[in-house]
Ligand binder design. Structure first.
Ligand SMILES: Cc1cc2nc3c(=O)[nH]c(=O)nc-3n(C[C@H](O)[C@H](O)[C@H](O)COP(=O)(O)O)c2cc1C
Ligand code: SF4
Length: 451
Protein backbone atom coordinates (compact mmCIF):
# COMPACT_ATOMS: atom_id res chain seq x y z
CA UNK A 1 0.00 0.00 0.00
CA UNK A 2 1.20 3.52 -0.80
CA UNK A 3 2.50 5.11 2.41
CA UNK A 4 0.50 8.31 1.96
CA UNK A 5 -2.73 6.32 1.57
CA UNK A 6 -1.80 4.28 4.61
CA UNK A 7 -1.16 7.38 6.70
CA UNK A 8 -4.45 8.93 5.65
CA UNK A 9 -6.23 5.79 6.82
CA UNK A 10 -4.19 5.84 10.01
CA UNK A 11 -5.31 9.37 10.72
CA UNK A 12 -8.90 8.64 9.81
CA UNK A 13 -8.95 6.15 12.66
CA UNK A 14 -7.92 8.95 14.99
CA UNK A 15 -4.48 7.45 15.45
CA UNK A 16 -2.36 10.49 14.71
CA UNK A 17 1.38 10.62 14.45
CA UNK A 18 2.59 14.17 13.94
CA UNK A 19 -0.21 15.73 11.86
CA UNK A 20 -2.21 17.65 14.41
CA UNK A 21 -2.35 21.16 15.78
CA UNK A 22 -1.37 20.25 19.31
CA UNK A 23 2.38 20.91 19.05
CA UNK A 24 3.68 23.99 20.89
CA UNK A 25 5.99 26.27 18.86
CA UNK A 26 7.11 23.41 16.59
CA UNK A 27 10.30 23.79 14.60
CA UNK A 28 10.73 20.36 12.98
CA UNK A 29 7.12 19.25 12.52
CA UNK A 30 5.79 22.76 11.70
CA UNK A 31 3.50 22.82 8.68
CA UNK A 32 3.72 19.11 7.83
CA UNK A 33 0.63 17.45 6.40
CA UNK A 34 1.87 14.08 5.20
CA UNK A 35 2.35 15.01 1.54
CA UNK A 36 4.54 18.15 1.62
CA UNK A 37 7.90 16.41 2.06
CA UNK A 38 9.53 17.35 -1.25
CA UNK A 39 12.28 19.87 -1.94
CA UNK A 40 9.96 22.57 -3.24
CA UNK A 41 7.75 22.25 -0.14
CA UNK A 42 10.78 22.39 2.12
CA UNK A 43 12.18 25.45 0.35
CA UNK A 44 8.78 27.13 0.68
CA UNK A 45 9.09 26.61 4.46
CA UNK A 46 12.48 28.37 4.42
CA UNK A 47 14.45 25.20 3.84
CA UNK A 48 18.14 25.36 2.90
CA UNK A 49 18.34 29.02 3.94
CA UNK A 50 20.53 27.97 6.86
CA UNK A 51 22.94 26.14 4.55
CA UNK A 52 23.04 29.22 2.30
CA UNK A 53 23.79 31.37 5.33
CA UNK A 54 26.63 29.09 6.46
CA UNK A 55 28.15 29.06 2.96
CA UNK A 56 27.71 32.83 2.57
CA UNK A 57 25.47 32.46 -0.51
CA UNK A 58 23.92 35.87 -1.10
CA UNK A 59 25.85 37.62 1.67
CA UNK A 60 29.29 36.75 0.31
CA UNK A 61 30.47 36.10 3.89
CA UNK A 62 30.57 32.44 4.84
CA UNK A 63 30.46 31.52 8.51
CA UNK A 64 33.68 29.99 9.79
CA UNK A 65 33.61 26.44 11.13
CA UNK A 66 34.31 27.79 14.61
CA UNK A 67 31.37 30.19 14.31
CA UNK A 68 28.96 27.39 13.37
CA UNK A 69 30.13 25.25 16.28
CA UNK A 70 29.91 28.23 18.64
CA UNK A 71 26.27 28.87 17.64
CA UNK A 72 25.37 25.22 18.23
CA UNK A 73 27.12 25.31 21.61
CA UNK A 74 25.28 28.51 22.54
CA UNK A 75 21.93 26.93 21.59
CA UNK A 76 22.13 24.37 24.37
CA UNK A 77 21.16 21.64 21.89
CA UNK A 78 21.67 18.23 23.50
CA UNK A 79 21.75 14.98 21.57
CA UNK A 80 18.25 13.61 21.03
CA UNK A 81 19.40 9.97 20.73
CA UNK A 82 19.16 9.30 24.45
CA UNK A 83 22.18 10.46 26.40
CA UNK A 84 21.57 14.20 25.98
CA UNK A 85 25.23 14.93 25.28
CA UNK A 86 25.83 18.60 24.25
CA UNK A 87 25.97 18.63 20.45
CA UNK A 88 28.28 21.62 19.96
CA UNK A 89 30.78 20.09 22.38
CA UNK A 90 30.66 16.78 20.48
CA UNK A 91 31.31 18.60 17.21
CA UNK A 92 34.32 20.33 18.75
CA UNK A 93 35.92 16.91 19.44
CA UNK A 94 36.27 16.19 15.72
CA UNK A 95 39.96 16.58 14.74
CA UNK A 96 39.26 18.83 11.76
CA UNK A 97 42.89 18.87 10.64
CA UNK A 98 43.05 15.06 10.37
CA UNK A 99 44.61 14.48 6.93
CA UNK A 100 42.56 11.39 5.93
CA UNK A 101 38.86 10.74 5.42
CA UNK A 102 36.46 11.80 8.20
CA UNK A 103 32.84 10.71 8.43
CA UNK A 104 29.51 12.05 9.59
CA UNK A 105 26.83 9.53 10.58
CA UNK A 106 23.16 10.03 11.31
CA UNK A 107 21.65 7.50 13.69
CA UNK A 108 18.14 6.77 12.40
CA UNK A 109 18.01 3.28 13.89
CA UNK A 110 15.31 4.24 16.37
CA UNK A 111 14.80 0.88 18.02
CA UNK A 112 13.99 2.01 21.57
CA UNK A 113 10.50 0.70 22.43
CA UNK A 114 8.06 3.60 22.52
CA UNK A 115 10.12 5.84 20.24
CA UNK A 116 8.64 6.75 16.87
CA UNK A 117 9.74 10.34 16.19
CA UNK A 118 12.70 9.94 13.82
CA UNK A 119 10.73 7.94 11.28
CA UNK A 120 8.17 10.78 11.11
CA UNK A 121 10.96 13.29 10.51
CA UNK A 122 12.52 11.19 7.75
CA UNK A 123 9.21 10.34 6.14
CA UNK A 124 7.62 13.77 6.22
CA UNK A 125 10.52 16.24 6.45
CA UNK A 126 13.62 14.46 5.08
CA UNK A 127 15.31 17.60 3.77
CA UNK A 128 15.60 19.06 7.27
CA UNK A 129 17.91 16.16 8.15
CA UNK A 130 19.90 16.53 4.93
CA UNK A 131 20.34 20.25 5.57
CA UNK A 132 21.33 19.67 9.20
CA UNK A 133 23.87 17.05 8.17
CA UNK A 134 25.34 19.29 5.46
CA UNK A 135 25.82 22.09 8.00
CA UNK A 136 27.40 19.68 10.48
CA UNK A 137 29.71 18.34 7.78
CA UNK A 138 30.76 21.88 6.87
CA UNK A 139 31.43 22.73 10.53
CA UNK A 140 33.62 19.67 11.05
CA UNK A 141 35.35 19.61 7.66
CA UNK A 142 33.77 16.29 6.70
CA UNK A 143 33.12 15.30 3.09
CA UNK A 144 31.29 11.96 3.42
CA UNK A 145 28.20 11.09 5.45
CA UNK A 146 25.80 8.20 5.99
CA UNK A 147 22.30 7.99 7.34
CA UNK A 148 21.76 4.57 8.94
CA UNK A 149 18.01 3.91 8.84
CA UNK A 150 16.15 1.23 10.80
CA UNK A 151 15.62 -1.89 8.68
CA UNK A 152 11.91 -2.30 9.32
CA UNK A 153 10.91 1.04 7.82
CA UNK A 154 12.01 0.45 4.28
CA UNK A 155 9.54 2.95 2.78
CA UNK A 156 11.18 5.63 4.89
CA UNK A 157 14.57 4.60 3.55
CA UNK A 158 13.18 4.98 0.01
CA UNK A 159 11.74 8.39 0.88
CA UNK A 160 15.12 9.53 2.16
CA UNK A 161 16.80 8.29 -1.03
CA UNK A 162 14.28 10.28 -3.08
CA UNK A 163 14.96 13.40 -1.04
CA UNK A 164 18.73 12.99 -1.47
CA UNK A 165 18.23 12.71 -5.24
CA UNK A 166 16.35 16.02 -5.17
CA UNK A 167 19.04 17.65 -3.03
CA UNK A 168 21.83 16.45 -5.33
CA UNK A 169 20.00 17.71 -8.42
CA UNK A 170 19.53 21.12 -6.80
CA UNK A 171 23.18 21.42 -5.76
CA UNK A 172 22.64 21.01 -2.00
CA UNK A 173 24.69 17.79 -1.91
CA UNK A 174 27.71 16.65 -3.90
CA UNK A 175 30.77 18.54 -5.11
CA UNK A 176 31.06 22.32 -4.85
CA UNK A 177 27.74 22.77 -3.06
CA UNK A 178 25.88 25.86 -4.31
CA UNK A 179 29.06 26.93 -6.12
CA UNK A 180 31.19 26.99 -2.95
CA UNK A 181 34.35 24.99 -2.21
CA UNK A 182 32.41 22.71 0.12
CA UNK A 183 31.91 19.05 -0.94
CA UNK A 184 29.62 16.65 0.89
CA UNK A 185 28.56 13.23 -0.39
CA UNK A 186 25.67 11.76 1.58
CA UNK A 187 24.49 8.14 1.39
CA UNK A 188 21.74 6.12 3.08
CA UNK A 189 22.12 2.65 4.52
CA UNK A 190 19.55 0.45 6.19
CA UNK A 191 19.90 -2.00 9.01
CA UNK A 192 17.79 -5.10 9.63
CA UNK A 193 15.94 -4.16 12.78
CA UNK A 194 18.36 -5.06 15.58
CA UNK A 195 18.06 -2.72 18.56
CA UNK A 196 21.79 -2.99 19.26
CA UNK A 197 22.58 -1.39 15.90
CA UNK A 198 21.32 1.87 17.39
CA UNK A 199 24.27 1.87 19.81
CA UNK A 200 26.74 4.06 17.99
CA UNK A 201 29.65 1.64 17.69
CA UNK A 202 27.35 -1.31 16.92
CA UNK A 203 25.94 0.90 14.19
CA UNK A 204 29.42 1.60 12.80
CA UNK A 205 30.21 -2.12 12.72
CA UNK A 206 26.95 -2.78 10.91
CA UNK A 207 27.62 0.06 8.47
CA UNK A 208 30.99 -1.57 7.71
CA UNK A 209 29.09 -4.75 6.79
CA UNK A 210 29.93 -6.68 9.96
CA UNK A 211 27.82 -8.11 12.77
CA UNK A 212 26.43 -5.13 14.72
CA UNK A 213 28.31 -5.70 17.97
CA UNK A 214 29.41 -2.64 19.98
CA UNK A 215 33.07 -1.79 20.30
CA UNK A 216 34.90 -1.31 23.55
CA UNK A 217 35.44 2.41 24.27
CA UNK A 218 37.80 4.25 24.37
CA UNK A 219 38.78 4.90 21.64
CA UNK A 220 35.62 6.89 20.92
CA UNK A 221 34.29 7.41 17.38
CA UNK A 222 35.72 10.96 17.27
CA UNK A 223 39.16 9.39 16.96
CA UNK A 224 38.39 5.81 15.79
CA UNK A 225 35.02 5.59 14.09
CA UNK A 226 33.80 4.33 10.73
CA UNK A 227 36.59 2.33 9.03
CA UNK A 228 38.81 3.46 11.90
CA UNK A 229 38.56 7.13 10.89
CA UNK A 230 37.37 10.13 12.92
CA UNK A 231 33.57 10.08 12.95
CA UNK A 232 30.79 12.15 14.48
CA UNK A 233 27.46 10.44 15.12
CA UNK A 234 24.25 12.25 15.96
CA UNK A 235 20.62 11.30 16.15
CA UNK A 236 18.14 12.24 13.38
CA UNK A 237 16.28 14.76 15.55
CA UNK A 238 19.59 16.34 16.60
CA UNK A 239 20.49 17.07 12.97
CA UNK A 240 16.92 18.21 12.26
CA UNK A 241 17.25 20.89 14.96
CA UNK A 242 20.31 22.47 13.37
CA UNK A 243 18.79 24.51 10.46
CA UNK A 244 16.46 26.40 12.83
CA UNK A 245 19.39 27.18 15.14
CA UNK A 246 21.52 28.58 12.31
CA UNK A 247 18.65 30.65 10.90
CA UNK A 248 17.50 32.09 14.23
CA UNK A 249 20.62 32.01 16.36
CA UNK A 250 21.79 29.94 19.30
CA UNK A 251 20.34 32.28 21.90
CA UNK A 252 16.86 32.15 20.34
CA UNK A 253 16.95 28.34 20.41
CA UNK A 254 18.10 28.28 24.01
CA UNK A 255 15.29 30.62 24.99
CA UNK A 256 12.73 28.24 23.41
CA UNK A 257 13.55 25.80 26.16
CA UNK A 258 15.20 26.32 29.52
CA UNK A 259 18.84 26.79 30.58
CA UNK A 260 21.01 23.80 29.68
CA UNK A 261 18.00 22.30 27.82
CA UNK A 262 17.61 24.38 24.67
CA UNK A 263 14.88 24.25 22.05
CA UNK A 264 11.93 22.03 21.38
CA UNK A 265 11.83 18.26 21.77
CA UNK A 266 9.63 15.69 20.14
CA UNK A 267 7.93 13.37 22.60
CA UNK A 268 6.43 10.09 21.37
CA UNK A 269 3.58 9.52 23.77
CA UNK A 270 2.01 6.07 23.88
CA UNK A 271 0.18 3.75 26.23
CA UNK A 272 -2.97 4.71 28.10
CA UNK A 273 -3.71 8.11 26.58
CA UNK A 274 -6.59 9.23 24.39
CA UNK A 275 -4.40 10.60 21.58
CA UNK A 276 -1.08 8.80 21.24
CA UNK A 277 1.39 10.29 18.79
CA UNK A 278 4.35 12.62 18.44
CA UNK A 279 4.23 16.00 20.14
CA UNK A 280 6.85 18.70 19.60
CA UNK A 281 6.94 21.05 22.58
CA UNK A 282 9.49 23.35 24.23
CA UNK A 283 11.90 21.74 26.67
CA UNK A 284 10.72 22.49 30.18
CA UNK A 285 7.01 22.10 29.40
CA UNK A 286 5.20 20.54 32.39
CA UNK A 287 4.39 16.87 31.96
CA UNK A 288 0.81 17.69 32.94
CA UNK A 289 0.55 19.88 29.83
CA UNK A 290 1.90 17.13 27.57
CA UNK A 291 -0.63 14.70 29.03
CA UNK A 292 -3.39 17.22 28.40
CA UNK A 293 -2.29 17.64 24.76
CA UNK A 294 -2.46 13.86 24.39
CA UNK A 295 -6.07 13.93 25.58
CA UNK A 296 -5.39 12.77 29.14
CA UNK A 297 -5.44 9.25 30.47
CA UNK A 298 -7.62 6.97 28.36
CA UNK A 299 -11.20 6.61 29.53
CA UNK A 300 -10.63 9.19 32.28
CA UNK A 301 -8.88 6.60 34.43
CA UNK A 302 -6.28 7.46 37.07
CA UNK A 303 -2.64 7.82 36.09
CA UNK A 304 -0.49 5.19 37.78
CA UNK A 305 3.00 5.70 36.40
CA UNK A 306 5.03 6.93 33.45
CA UNK A 307 8.14 5.63 31.72
CA UNK A 308 9.45 9.02 30.63
CA UNK A 309 12.20 8.40 28.07
CA UNK A 310 11.91 5.05 26.32
CA UNK A 311 11.82 1.58 27.81
CA UNK A 312 15.26 1.82 29.41
CA UNK A 313 14.37 4.80 31.60
CA UNK A 314 13.22 3.97 35.14
CA UNK A 315 9.50 4.28 35.79
CA UNK A 316 8.21 7.33 37.70
CA UNK A 317 5.05 7.13 39.88
CA UNK A 318 2.14 9.39 38.90
CA UNK A 319 2.32 11.96 41.67
CA UNK A 320 6.00 12.65 41.17
CA UNK A 321 5.64 12.71 37.38
CA UNK A 322 2.86 15.28 37.55
CA UNK A 323 5.27 17.65 39.33
CA UNK A 324 8.02 17.38 36.70
CA UNK A 325 8.82 19.29 33.54
CA UNK A 326 9.87 17.60 30.31
CA UNK A 327 13.60 18.27 30.10
CA UNK A 328 16.82 16.39 30.84
CA UNK A 329 17.50 18.03 34.18
CA UNK A 330 14.04 17.80 35.73
CA UNK A 331 13.52 14.14 34.79
CA UNK A 332 17.02 13.16 35.99
CA UNK A 333 17.55 15.31 39.07
CA UNK A 334 14.01 15.47 40.45
CA UNK A 335 12.51 12.32 38.91
CA UNK A 336 15.50 9.99 39.27
CA UNK A 337 15.03 8.77 35.71
CA UNK A 338 16.08 9.86 32.20
CA UNK A 339 14.54 11.88 29.39
CA UNK A 340 16.27 9.46 27.00
CA UNK A 341 14.82 9.45 23.51
CA UNK A 342 11.62 11.18 24.68
CA UNK A 343 9.34 8.16 24.41
CA UNK A 344 6.72 8.69 27.10
CA UNK A 345 4.83 5.52 28.02
CA UNK A 346 1.76 6.29 30.09
CA UNK A 347 0.27 3.63 32.37
CA UNK A 348 -3.13 3.82 34.00
CA UNK A 349 -4.29 2.17 37.21
CA UNK A 350 -5.16 -1.13 35.51
CA UNK A 351 -1.52 -1.81 34.64
CA UNK A 352 0.31 -4.54 36.50
CA UNK A 353 3.93 -3.56 37.02
CA UNK A 354 5.10 -7.17 37.17
CA UNK A 355 3.53 -7.89 33.80
CA UNK A 356 4.98 -4.66 32.39
CA UNK A 357 8.48 -5.50 33.59
CA UNK A 358 8.13 -9.05 32.28
CA UNK A 359 7.57 -7.60 28.80
CA UNK A 360 10.45 -5.13 29.07
CA UNK A 361 12.87 -7.75 30.38
CA UNK A 362 11.96 -10.09 27.56
CA UNK A 363 12.91 -7.38 25.07
CA UNK A 364 16.35 -6.78 26.58
CA UNK A 365 17.35 -10.43 26.88
CA UNK A 366 16.23 -10.91 23.27
CA UNK A 367 18.23 -7.92 22.02
CA UNK A 368 21.49 -8.51 23.93
CA UNK A 369 24.24 -9.07 21.38
CA UNK A 370 25.85 -11.62 23.69
CA UNK A 371 29.40 -10.25 23.73
CA UNK A 372 29.73 -9.65 27.45
CA UNK A 373 28.84 -12.12 30.17
CA UNK A 374 27.00 -9.81 32.61
CA UNK A 375 24.62 -8.70 29.85
CA UNK A 376 24.28 -12.00 28.00
CA UNK A 377 23.65 -14.03 31.15
CA UNK A 378 22.20 -11.30 33.37
CA UNK A 379 19.44 -10.16 31.01
CA UNK A 380 18.27 -13.79 30.78
CA UNK A 381 18.30 -14.10 34.57
CA UNK A 382 16.28 -10.91 34.95
CA UNK A 383 13.66 -12.03 32.49
CA UNK A 384 13.36 -15.57 33.89
CA UNK A 385 12.95 -14.26 37.45
CA UNK A 386 10.31 -11.68 36.54
CA UNK A 387 8.59 -14.25 34.34
CA UNK A 388 8.29 -16.73 37.18
CA UNK A 389 7.04 -14.05 39.58
CA UNK A 390 4.41 -13.07 37.03
CA UNK A 391 3.40 -16.72 36.64
CA UNK A 392 2.91 -17.30 40.37
CA UNK A 393 6.17 -19.20 40.92
CA UNK A 394 8.15 -16.42 42.55
CA UNK A 395 10.19 -17.02 45.71
CA UNK A 396 10.60 -14.52 48.57
CA UNK A 397 14.33 -14.16 47.92
CA UNK A 398 13.75 -13.34 44.24
CA UNK A 399 13.38 -9.62 44.79
CA UNK A 400 16.76 -9.21 46.44
CA UNK A 401 18.25 -11.42 43.77
CA UNK A 402 16.66 -9.32 41.03
CA UNK A 403 18.21 -6.23 42.54
CA UNK A 404 21.57 -7.95 42.91
CA UNK A 405 21.64 -9.25 39.33
CA UNK A 406 20.69 -5.80 38.03
CA UNK A 407 23.49 -4.29 40.13
CA UNK A 408 25.99 -6.80 38.78
CA UNK A 409 25.15 -5.84 35.19
CA UNK A 410 25.32 -2.09 35.62
CA UNK A 411 28.63 -0.51 34.69
CA UNK A 412 30.21 -3.87 33.83
CA UNK A 413 29.46 -4.16 30.15
CA UNK A 414 30.87 -2.98 26.83
CA UNK A 415 27.85 -0.88 25.94
CA UNK A 416 24.90 0.67 27.75
CA UNK A 417 22.39 -2.03 26.76
CA UNK A 418 23.30 -3.78 29.99
CA UNK A 419 22.42 -0.67 32.00
CA UNK A 420 19.29 -0.22 29.90
CA UNK A 421 18.12 -3.69 30.94
CA UNK A 422 18.98 -3.21 34.61
CA UNK A 423 17.58 0.28 35.20
CA UNK A 424 13.89 -0.52 34.58
CA UNK A 425 14.18 -3.43 37.04
CA UNK A 426 15.60 -1.21 39.76
CA UNK A 427 13.04 1.51 39.04
CA UNK A 428 10.14 -0.92 39.35
CA UNK A 429 11.47 -2.39 42.60
CA UNK A 430 12.07 1.06 44.05
CA UNK A 431 8.57 2.34 43.43
CA UNK A 432 6.35 -0.75 43.10
CA UNK A 433 8.03 -3.44 45.22
CA UNK A 434 4.72 -4.13 46.99
CA UNK A 435 3.20 -5.39 43.71
CA UNK A 436 6.02 -7.87 43.25
CA UNK A 437 5.68 -8.99 46.87
CA UNK A 438 1.94 -9.47 46.39
CA UNK A 439 2.56 -11.65 43.33
CA UNK A 440 5.03 -13.79 45.26
CA UNK A 441 2.91 -14.12 48.38
CA UNK A 442 -0.57 -14.49 46.87
CA UNK A 443 0.31 -15.90 43.43
CA UNK A 444 -2.09 -13.38 41.95
CA UNK A 445 -2.03 -9.83 40.65
CA UNK A 446 -3.15 -7.00 42.94
CA UNK A 447 -4.44 -4.77 40.13
CA UNK A 448 -7.38 -5.40 37.90
CA UNK A 449 -5.38 -5.94 34.72
CA UNK A 450 -6.77 -9.40 34.13
CA UNK A 451 -10.35 -9.03 35.34
C1 LIG B 1 21.42 -0.16 23.17
C2 LIG B 1 21.44 1.24 22.63
C3 LIG B 1 20.60 1.59 21.60
C4 LIG B 1 20.63 2.90 21.09
N1 LIG B 1 19.78 3.20 20.07
C5 LIG B 1 19.81 4.45 19.54
C6 LIG B 1 18.97 4.79 18.47
O1 LIG B 1 18.17 3.99 17.98
N2 LIG B 1 19.05 6.05 17.96
C7 LIG B 1 19.94 6.98 18.47
O2 LIG B 1 20.01 8.10 17.97
N3 LIG B 1 20.74 6.69 19.49
C8 LIG B 1 20.71 5.45 20.03
N4 LIG B 1 21.57 5.13 21.05
C9 LIG B 1 22.52 6.18 21.50
C10 LIG B 1 23.72 6.20 20.56
O3 LIG B 1 24.69 5.26 21.01
C11 LIG B 1 24.39 7.59 20.50
O4 LIG B 1 24.62 8.02 21.79
C12 LIG B 1 23.54 8.64 19.79
O5 LIG B 1 23.20 8.22 18.48
C13 LIG B 1 24.33 9.93 19.70
O6 LIG B 1 23.56 10.94 19.09
P1 LIG B 1 23.13 12.26 19.87
O7 LIG B 1 24.36 12.80 20.54
O8 LIG B 1 22.61 13.16 18.80
O9 LIG B 1 22.10 11.84 20.85
C14 LIG B 1 21.54 3.85 21.61
C15 LIG B 1 22.39 3.49 22.67
C16 LIG B 1 22.32 2.21 23.18
C17 LIG B 1 23.25 1.85 24.30
S1 SF4 C 1 26.22 -4.87 27.00
FE1 SF4 C 1 25.03 -6.47 26.00
S2 SF4 C 1 24.47 -5.61 24.03
FE2 SF4 C 1 26.18 -4.34 24.82
S3 SF4 C 1 28.03 -5.29 24.01
FE3 SF4 C 1 27.67 -6.28 25.96
S4 SF4 C 1 26.43 -8.11 25.45
FE4 SF4 C 1 26.36 -6.75 23.69
Amino acid sequence: MNIDVFLTQFQAKGLETCFHDRHINPQIYAGLNGVNWSLKDYEARGGYQALRKVLGIGSGTPMTQDEVIAVVKESGLRGRGGAGFPTGLKWSFMPRQFPGQKYLVCNSDEGEPGTCKDRDILQHNPHIVIEGMAIAAYAMSISVGYNYIHGEIFQTYERFEAAMDEARAAGYLGDRILGSDFNFQLHAAHGFGAYICGEETGLLESLEGKKGQPRFKPPFPASFGLYGKPTTINNTETFAAVPWIIRNGGQAYLECGKPNNGGTKIFSISGDVERPGNYEIPMGTPFAKLLELAGGVRGGRALKAVIPGGSSSPVIPAELMMSLTMDYDSIAKEGGSMLGSGAVIVMDDTRCMVKSLQRLSYFYQHESCGQCTPCREGTGWLWRMVDRIENGQGRPRDLDMLDSVAGNIMGRTICALGDAAAMPVRGMLKHFRHEFEHHITHKTCMVGAYV
